[in-house]
Design a protein around this ligand. Structure first.
Ligand SMILES: [Zn+2]
Length: 107
């Protein structure tokens, strides 16, 4: 058994577990039900963890984890119509002028 990933949330962990299952890698999900205990335990210790059954699958599992992590990164940026500055696409307003960029879909 080998831990390959600590997820920030259960959905994230499940998505990765599904991706690994698609590669016929057997996985176990830990801390899947510990979310409710957050606040009583040190930060990070209750995060869902994805473990693989067979360590011989580790090289392939690492590839799947890397691809999974890359997909979690929000793509591109959004250009502010007011000042022309680019802000990360997950921002609701322009970092420069505070203008509303959530509606603008320009990349
Ligand atoms: Zn702006």
């Amino acid at each position: 058994m080998k831990r390959v990933y600590s997820a920030s949330d259960l959905v994230d962990a499940r998505l990765l577990a599904d991706a690994l299952a698609g590669e016929r890698i057997r996985t176990h999900l830990f801390n899947a039900s510990a979310i409710g205990a957050m606040g009583d335990l040190p930060f990070g210790e209750t995060w869902p963890e994805v473990w693989i059954d067979d360590e011989r699958d580790l090289p392939r599992a690492r590839d799947v984890v890397a691809a999974h992590a890359a997909r979690r990164v929000l793509p591109g940026s959004v250009r502010c119509a007011a000042c022309g500055e680019d802000s990360p696409s997950n921002f609701d307003c322009c970092w420069q002028c505070g203008g509303d960029i959530a509606a603008g879909a320009a990349r």
